[in-house]
Ligand binder design. Structure first.
Ligand SMILES: CCCCCCC/C=C/C(=O)SCCNC(=O)CCNC(=O)[C@H](O)C(C)(C)COP(=O)(O)OP(=O)(O)OC[C@H]1O[C@@H](n2cnc3c(N)ncnc32)[C@H](O)[C@@H]1OP(=O)(O)O
Ligand code: FAD
Length: 643
């Protein structure tokens, strides 16, 4: 199962080597992180990033090894944005000449870059950005300017203190005409002493949610006062500005300016499975350690993992971690395919890639954020201790529901794609993830054939149920929209229903990709069977949770919904014997997991007890401040008898 989770034996071995390298290096200690003040915390992050880079250089790590190393260091840092957004943006939107100039500098870390798109006044609405880039043909330069307070760049990670350069998104103005938002490479700080260059005001935006957590990142604010950059620092793969001041659009679609977001959203789906699996690993191991009630004749109490309520909350999350792992793998393939096509000027699959990355980013991050919090509750009181690892994991993870596109805004993008597909059904055969809509007549007509709980153990029955629900919800939205004279008004009015239809479509993708994974050759005794059980758990859990949808569209009867739930209970009993092995398969070191409750050896209570005494409050028996603030109250002589 470790191989199935990692994707291949090579990846397992490589990631294992990197995990151990980090775990055994004292520089990467992270348990004191939530206790540190901001300055100390940030300095410590800089130290870790520098040490990580030294290892990459000294050990001549490959790009793949370096990625795993950064993952296991497990601390948000400016390097995430440098490697994860700045470099990919130049790769995707730069011309060959620009790539040749900037990529070696960035890859050798001679410059440090961030991705400065969002502003104080606008994040979701990229077309609403206010920063301007005005072409000055006399000087052959762009003038980058922040005309209003709300045009201040606000949020970019790595901007606050670390970056020397930024990829700035600004409205292009050529000859007095606006040409929409484009990307510009702007140097922010001196390469000599790191001080801000003339015309640049830059700093950190302040503390964020949680202790430690995302506060290791210097999310920044940036203002420009007529800052000049050479013309060739506008990324010009999509459109160009000539020396003479002529704006030219190549045959590459404009949407490619948003390409970096498509790339990052895809990586976020893969990361969702990592974050959820960490939380699930902690909650599952601890649920096997923890005992409450049920002692018979003085014997041990019941392990809480044996309670059906615990199983019905925990096992769907375990199954979701696997489901997200496999849909992430598929999405990576889809992205690579689109990338190759784009390089060959084939843009036909870009809309589907956008819809899939946007929708799956939204679906998986929402489920993961909720899932981490559920895991905290599954660990009872001890889950609330920082030493459980869950509070910091939650605090670091939840902004994933917002960054790279607010999750609702992204589902509305999926809705646009679905509505368009439905409206074109008469004359255009849908392909890819919407191919099922080509069978809409059958899906509207056929009803579920399940008669017994056993009948639900059938991939065909499950896929058809999810297809019918998604198709019927999409068609219902299409019919409602048709009643509006103005389509945009209709879209705004029906937005909540459209978002629900998008969720149904995205859940169908995840379920289908899990089923497709099981059609592949999966070596290892019992591995495929265990994955089949998890796949059914994932699908039937969703069916149970959203049974309102399945019933409302008239595909299921209440009896069939009850049979699905009966089957789910049976499946939980099948997961139980392998639950610990299924989380051990994630192959996480205790360092990466960062949790006393999730320790591999299960030695929870002694270690919790030990850790309590390491808290600075326990440095002395009498706390600092006691004599000043508490003792006077204890000693005071009160005059009123009532008090
Ligand atoms: C490894 C890194 C670690 C992660 C750390 C996280 C760091 C975080 C970084 C960030 O957050 S960076 C900032 C991210 N910002 C966003 O995600 C903003 C979200 N907003 C948007 O993406 C867009 O503005 C919008 C919501 C898609 C709307 O854009 P716009 O108003 O211009 O478009 P529409 O009119 O709705 O659509 C026009 C047309 O374009 C298609 N489209 C939109 N986006 C894309 C895309 N990315 N790729 C391809 N196509 C796209 C859209 O579907 C429409 O198509 P048609 O319907 O006209 O066919
Ligand atoms: C930790 C973190 C790191 C970040 N890193 C970066 C970075 O490196 N670079 C960068 O450029 N940006 C970064 N961002 C910014 C991020 O991309 C934006 O915050 C995000 O895109 C959401 O935009 P917003 O803040 O404008 O939200 P808003 O759009 O203001 O959202 C507020 C509310 O309005 C709703 N809403 C908005 N529009 C609509 C609509 N059309 N229909 C219905 N509801 C709507 C949303 O659903 C939400 O509930 C980061 C943000 C965070 C939190």
């Amino acid at each position: 199962m470790k191989v199935a989770w990692a994707g291949s034996r090579e990846t397992l071995e490589l990631s294992d080597r990197m995990a151990k390298l980090v775990a055994n290096d004292p520089v990467f200690e992270k348990f004191t992180r939530p206790m540190l003040g901001r300055k100390e915390l940030f300095k410590n992050t800089l130290r870790k990033a520098a040490h990580g880079w030294k290892l990459i250089v000294d050990l001549r790590l490959t790009e793949e090894e370096a990625k795993w190393l950064r993952l296991y260091i497990d601390e948000p840092a400016y390097t995430d944005l440098h490697w994860g957004m700045f470099i990919p943006a130049i790769e995707g939107q730069g011309t060959e000449e620009q790539k040749k100039k900037w990529l070696p500098l960035a890859q050798k870390m001679k410059i440090i870059g961030c991705y400065a798109q969002t502003e104080l006044g606008h994040g979701s609405n990229v077309q609403g950005l206010e920063t301007t880039a005005t072409f000055d043909p006399q000087a052959d330069e762009f003038v980058i300017h922040s005309p209003t307070l709300t045009s201040s760049k606000w949020w970019p990670g790595g901007l606050g203190k670390a970056s020397t350069h930024a990829l700035v998104y600004a409205r292009l103005i050529v000859g007095g005409e606006f040409h929409g938002v484009h990307g510009f490479i702007v140097q922010l700080r001196s390469l000599e002493d790191h001080s801000p260059l003339p015309g640049i005001t830059v700093g950190d935006i302040g503390l964020k949610f949680g202790n430690g957590a995302y506060n290791t990142m210097d999310n920044g604010v940036l203002r420009f006062d007529h800052v000049r950059i050479p013309r060739n620092q506008m990324l010009m793969r999509v459109s160009q500005v000539t020396k003479e001041g002529k704006y030219m659009q190549s045959d590459v679609p404009r949407q490619l300016i948003y390409g970096t977001m498509v790339y990052v959203r895809q990586t976020i789906v893969v990361d969702a499975s990592k974050a959820l699996s960490r939380a699930v690993c902690i909650a599952t191991r601890y649920s096997a350690v923890r005992r409450q009630f049920g002692s018979r004749n003085g014997g041990p109490e019941t392990q809480v993992i044996d309670y059906k309520t615990q199983q019905s909350r925990l096992f769907p999350l375990l199954a979701s971690a696997y489901a997200f792992r496999f849909v992430g793998e598929w999405l990576k393939w889809l992205y690579m395919d689109v990338k190759q096509r784009l390089e060959a000027n084939d843009f036909s699959t870009l809309p589907e890639a956008h819809a899939c990355t946007a929708g799956l980013k939204s679906l998986t991050t929402t489920a993961t954020a909720d899932g981490i919090e559920e895991c905290r509750k599954l660990c009872g009181g001890h889950g609330y201790l920082v030493s459980s690892g869950l509070p910091e994991l939650f605090a670091v993870y939840i902004p994933a529901c917002t960054y790279e596109g607010d999750n609702v805004v992204l589902l509305l993008q999926v809705a646009r794609f679905i509505v368009k597909t439905v409206s074109e059904l008469g004359y255009k055969q849908p392909v890819g993830t919407t191919a099922y809509m080509g069978r809409v007549a059958t899906l509207m007509q056929n009803n579920c054939a399940v008669r017994t709980a056993e009948d639900w153990l059938n991939p065909g029955a499950i896929v058809e149920a999810f297809e019918a629900r998604a198709a019927r919800m999409a068609v219902a939205c299409g019919r409602q929209l048709a009643k509006f004279e103005n389509p945009e008004e209709g879209f705004a009015e029906l937005a909540s229903d459209l978002v629900e239809a998008s969720v149904a479509h995205c859940q169908l993708i995840v379920v289908s990709k899990f089923i497709e994974k099981l059609q592949q050759d999966i070596p290892g005794k019992g591995v495929k069977q265990s994955l089949e059980i998890l796949c059914y758990v994932y699908a039937l859990f969703l069916l149970h949770k959203h049974q309102g949808d399945f019933l409302a569209v008239g595909y299921l009867t209440p009896k069939q919904a009850l049979l699905a739930n009966d089957q789910l209970r049976t499946l939980y009993s099948k997961v139980r014997p392998n639950a610990i092995a299924l989380v051990d398969s994630f192959n996480y070191t205790d360092h990466y997991l960062g949790s006393i409750l999730g320790r591999y050896d299960g030695n929870v209570y002694p270690k919790l007890y030990e850790a309590a005494w390491e808290d600075p409050l326990n440095d002395s028996d009498v706390a600092d401040g006691f004599h000043q603030y508490v003792q006077p109250i204890l000693k005071q002589k009160l005059h009123s008898a009532k008090l």
